[in-house]
Write a protein that binds this ligand. Structure first.
Ligand code: BES
Ligand code: MN
Ligand code: ZN
Length: 498
C-alpha cells in the first residue's frame, strides 16, 4: 500500500515555500489568507485563465511565477460555501491529495470565503485526504503514480493550516481511527485469495487485540461441536479449514447488552459444484467484503475508544470444487436445528451466515444484529452500485441505518421482506432450501437469513454492488471501497454511545 501522507496541523497563515494548496469557493473566490500569498492577484488571474470556477471537484495548478517563493500553487474548488457539508469537506480533501500526490513540503490553506472551517470540518477534510491516498500497490515491484511515471516512495508531507490546529488535531484522531478501519477493510478485500485464506484472515483479526479488542478464533472442531452444519458444508470442499472469529470491543457500560455485527467471509467463491462461469470469477476474492467491513468497523470503534459494547462475528470459509465438496441436493443441519436442502452450492453465503447469526444471538443476546454480505448478484440488478440493499425486521433500526447512510454517503435502500417471499424457500425435503425461484433473488436470500435471527432486531445489508468494483469517487480510487465501516460507525456514534 502506498505510504500514507504525513498530516500535521498548524496555524492558518499564508505559506511562503513549497507547494501551496488553496481552496476557492464558487462565489467569493479565495479567502483573505490565501490572497496574502498572492498580493498582486497573479494566481487568481492564472486560475481564471485555466477556466477554474471553484466548482466542487474542479482544480487547477500553476508553477509559481517569478517573485513568489512558492514552487507550485494548486487550487481546489469548494463549490458553494453555503452547501458545504461533511461529505463536501471530505471531497475537498480527496481532491487536495490528488493535486499533490507525493510532493514534499505541501501546505494546505483551509479557508473558504463565506464559510467557517471548524475543527470537525478540518478533520473531515484530512480524512478525505487519507482515504484518497490509499492504493493497493503492494504487489507492484515498480511503483508509479497511476500515470506511468515512477513514484517516489516517500510519503507526501502535508501541513494543514487552519484556524484552530489543536482542536483540529483532536477531531482528526477519531476521524483517522475510522479511516484506518476503512483502509483495513479495503486491504482485506483487495488481497488475493492465495494470500488471504480463512486462517490468514483470522490472524489479521487477531491483531485487533493490540487495540484492546478481545478476539476468539473458533476452529472446525469447535464449530462441529456447536453443530454448525451449514457453515461447515460450504467449507468442506476446500483444503483450507474454516474459522469463525468473535471480536469484542467493550467500551460501554459493564452490563449493557452489546450491539452486534456479522459478516460473510467467503475468501473465495468458485460457486462450488454449481460452479460459476470463468469470466469475472477473479472478483470472488472479494466475497469476504462483509467480514472485512465488520473487522474494519471493530478496528474503528476500538481505535477511537467508542463508548459502546460491540461484537463482531465473521464466518470465514472458502467455497471450492472438490471430491469432498458439498453437492446440490445435500441436506445439512444448521446450529439452530433447522435443516437446509442445498439446491445450489453457489448460494453459500447465506449458509455461512445462518450459523454465524444464530450463534451471535444465542451467545450474546445483542441489542440488534446487522449483517453485511456480498450476498447476491440480484441486488446489483435491483439497485445498481450506488446503494446497498437494506432488509430488516425492525423499522427503527432500518431508519437509523438509512440516516447513517445519508450522513456518510454509504447509502442504503430498503427492500421488502414478508411471508409471501418467505414461502418461496420452503422445501419438499427439508425445512428450507437455499435458493428461491427465478425472481426476487436478493429478497429470498434475505428471507433465508431471517430464519436464523430469532426475535432479535436485525438488518441485512447486501453489499455485493458497493463493496467492490464500485465506481471511483473523490475518496476512493481502489477496487475495494471498504463500504460499511463509515456507515456502521456512524450508526453506533449517533444512536448507541454514551
Ligand atoms: N458471492 C455471490 C454474489 C455476488 C455476485 C457478489 C457478484 C458479488 C458479485 C453469491 O455467493 C452468489 O453466488 N450468489 C448467487 C445466488 C444464486 C445461486 C441463488 C447469485 O447471486 O447468482
Ligand atoms: Mn456464491
Ligand atoms: Zn458468495
Amino acid at each position: 500500500m502506498t505510504a500514507r501522507p504525513t498530516v500535521t496541523f498548524a496555524k492558518l497563515a499564508a505559506p511562503r515555500k513549497g507547494t501551496a494548496i488553496l481552496i476557492s469557493a464558487e462565489e467569493g473566490g479565495l479567502g483573505p489568507v490565501a490572497r496574502e500569498c498572492d498580493p498582486a492577484g497573479v494566481f487568481e488571474r492564472a486560475f481564471a485563465a485555466a477556466d477554474f470556477s471553484g466548482k466542487l471537484g474542479s482544480s487547477a495548478e500553476i508553477l509559481a511565477p517569478q517573485g513568489s517563493d512558492l514552487d507550485r500553487v494548486a487550487v481546489i474548488g469548494a463549490g458553494k460555501a453555503s452547501a458545504l457539508d461533511e461529505q463536501t469537506w471530505q471531497k475537498i480533501g480527496g481532491a487536495a491529495f490528488a493535486a499533490v500526490r507525493k510532493s514534499q513540503d505541501v501546505s494546505l490553506v483551509v479557508e473558504v470565503a463565506g464559510a467557517e472551517a471548524g475543527p470537525e470540518n478540518v478533520a473531515q477534510l484530512a480524512m478525505g485526504l487519507v482515504l484518497r491516498s490509499y492504493s493497493f500497490d503492494k504487489y507492484k515491484t515498480k511503483k508509479d503514480n497511476g500515470d506511468g511515471k515512477p513514484a517516489s516512495d516517500k510519503p507526501a508531507k502535508i501541513a494543514i493550516l487552519c484556524a484552530n490546529p489543536s482542536a483540529a488535531k483532536k477531531a482528526f484522531a477519531a476521524a483517522e481511527a475510522i479511516a484506518d478501519g476503512v483502509i483495513l477493510a479495503r486491504d482485506l478485500v483487495n488481497e488475493p485469495a492465495n494470500i488471504l485464506g480463512p486462517i490468514e484472515f483470522a490472524a489479521k483479526a487477531k491483531e485487533l487485540e493490540k487495540l484492546g479488542v478481545k478476539v476468539e478464533i473458533l476452529t472446525e472442531k469447535e464449530m462441529k461441536k456447536l453443530g454448525m452444519g451449514a457453515l461447515l458444508g460450504v467449507a468442506q470442499g476446500s483444503v483450507r479449514p474454516p474459522r469463525l472469529v468473535v471480536m469484542q470491543w467493550n467500551g460501554g457500560k459493564a452490563k449493557a447488552n452489546p450491539v452486534a455485527f456479522v459478516g460473510k467471509g467467503v475468501v473465495f467463491d468458485s460457486g462450488g459444484i454449481s460452479i460459476k462461469p470463468a469470466a469475472g470469477m477473479e472478483d470472488m476474492k472479494g466475497d469476504m467484503g462483509g467480514a472485512a467491513a465488520v473487522t474494519g468497523l471493530i478496528h474503528a470503534l476500538a481505535a477511537r475508544q467508542a463508548k459502546v459494547n460491540a461484537v463482531g462475528i465473521i464466518g470465514l470459509v472458502e467455497n471450492m470444487v472438490d471430491g469432498n465438496a458439498q453437492r446440490p441436493g445435500d441436506i445439512v443441519t444448521s446450529m439452530s436445528g433447522q435443516t437446509i436442502e442445498v439446491l445450489n452450492t453457489d448460494a453459500e453465503g447465506r449458509l455461512v451466515l445462518a450459523d454465524a447469526l444464530w450463534y451471535c444471538q444465542d451467545r450474546f443476546k445483542p441489542e440488534f444484529m446487522v449483517n453485511l454480505a456480498t450476498l447476491t448478484g440480484a441486488i446489483m440488478v435491483a439497485l445498481g452500485q450506488h446503494h446497498a440493499g437494506l432488509f430488516s425486521n425492525n423499522d427503527e433500526l432500518a431508519e437509523r441505518l438509512y440516516d447513517a447512510g445519508g450522513a456518510t454517503a454509504e447509502r442504503v435502500w430498503r427492500m421488502p421482506i414478508g411471508p409471501d417471499y418467505d414461502k418461496l424457500i420452503d422445501s419438499k425435503n427439508a425445512d428450507m432450501k437455499n435458493i428461491g425461484g427465478r425472481y426476487g433473488g436478493a429478497i429470498t436470500a434475505a428471507q433465508f437469513l431471517q430464519r436464523f435471527v430469532n426475535d432479535t432486531p436485525w438488518a441485512h445489508l447486501d453489499i455485493a454492488g458497493t463493496a467492490m468494483g464500485s465506481p471511483a469517487t473523490e475518496i476512493n480510487q481502489s477496487w475495494a471501497s471498504g463500504f460499511g465501516v463509515r456507515l456502521l460507525d456512524r450508526l453506533v456514534a449517533d444512536n448507541y454511545e454514551g
